[in-house]
Design a protein around this ligand. Structure first.
Ligand SMILES: Cc1ncc(C[n+]2csc(CCOP(=O)(O)OP(=O)(O)O)c2C)c(N)n1
Length: 321
């Protein structure tokens, strides 16, 4: 795709992501959506930059803050919105909700509310991809908090040892819930762990869409070529609290203002104004188109029925301790 067209396509995907999350927030405020909700507003460049290199049959896994990963992977926004709103037309019949999204038709294998749980699951996806012999790759998104789990280290080791086609994407937003990174580790850059396990690793500005896009292009090519896993650490920031309603008193207002300056959408748009001749009118139309698609998705979710009570114990599993 010519560069100018690619830039416009990426901007459209960023807006689709932002519009989706803002609409979810609005529906939460009006209690159409309930439960615990974690938004990734401000982190869109990671999801969009990473997924822009993936085929539909590549696999993506994420955690509790993963709406944007599913949107960027190409999941149907209507079925996603309905799922988050707990409706029968959602991807999981309304039983998964915000933290347990699945969209297999788009290669979105799963999200999970178990912090770090997606990382070893991604080994399975990558192993299946390798055995399948169709040059598929798996990509797993997780936060800096998840990077402190034991399963994270075991997974890096196995992925490296077995040369799995897996790209680890760490969204280092500096906080795990309300705890700053400095309070849960002395290792400021999680990419250093990957080096320990013999894996190529990069740390980059996760609010710079083209930086993510370029790094992920190389990482995905390496994994697809059978040369083993790659670790990409994206330094970013969530512009909302840990969950919707979090007063976020643990953050300085100055810090938030500084990161708003680095808003990945505004920043990318400014860049392509000069580099690809994006006009204000074009930009407005791209944003309006994204918001219209998301409004349709919201209306679809609102008009959808609740799951039938008889369905409550189907498609679920439970274990005994
Ligand atoms: C196994 C487990 N431990 C603790 C929690 C509670 N918890 C929910 S989110 C979170 C912090 C996760 O931080 P991070 O991985 O950096 O992701 P972010 O929220 O920054 O996207 C914690 C500890 C949980 N859900 N699962």
């Amino acid at each position: 795709m010519p560069e100018a067209a690619l830039h416009r396509e990426l901007l459209a995907r960023m807006w689709l992501n932002r519009a989706f999350e803002e609409k979810v927030s609005e529906l939460y405020a009006s209690r159409v959506i309930t439960g615990l909700l974690h938004l990734a507003i401000g982190q869109e460049a990671v999801a969009v930059g990473a997924c822009s290199h993936l085929r539909t049959d590549d696999w993506v896994l994420g955690g509790h803050r993963s709406h944007g990963h599913a949107v960027a992977k190409g999941a149907d926004v209507k079925r996603l919105m309905a799922e988050i709103a707990g409706r029968a037309t959602g991807y999981c019949g309304g039983k998964g909700g915000s933290m347990h999204l699945v969209a297999m038709d788009a290669g979105f294998v799963t999200a999970t509310g178990v912090v770090g749980g997606q990382i070893p699951l991604a080994l399975g996806a990558a192993f299946a991809a390798k055995e399948g012999g169709r040059q598929q790759v798996a990509v797993v998104f997780f936060g800096d908090g998840a990077g402190q789990s034991g399963a994270f280290h075991e997974s890096l080791n196995i992925a490296s040892l077995w040369r799995l086609p897996l790209v680890f994407v760490c969204e280092n937003n500096g906080y795990a819930e309300f705890t700053p990174l400095s309070a849960h580790t002395l290792v400021e850059r999680l990419a250093r762990h990957a080096e320990t396990y013999g894996m190529p690793a990069h740390t980059l500005d996760g609010n710079d869409l083209l930086a993510v896009h370029d790094a992920m292009g190389k990482a995905v090519s390496q994994a697809r070529a059978g040369k083993g896993p790659v670790f990409v650490e994206c330094l970013t920031h969530r512009m909302r609290g840990h969950y919707e309603g979090d007063p976020a008193k643990y953050r300085e207002l100055s810090q938030l203002a500084e990161w708003k300056e680095k808003d990945p959408i505004a920043r990318f748009a400014r860049m392509i104004e000069t580099r690809s001749g994006l006009t204000a009118a074009e930009h407005g139309a791209i944003e309006a188109d994204a918001r219209a698609r998301i409004e349709d998705a919201a209306q679809f979710a609102i008009a959808s029925p609740w799951p039938d009570a008889d369905e409550a114990d189907t498609q679920v599993s439970a274990g005994h301790g």
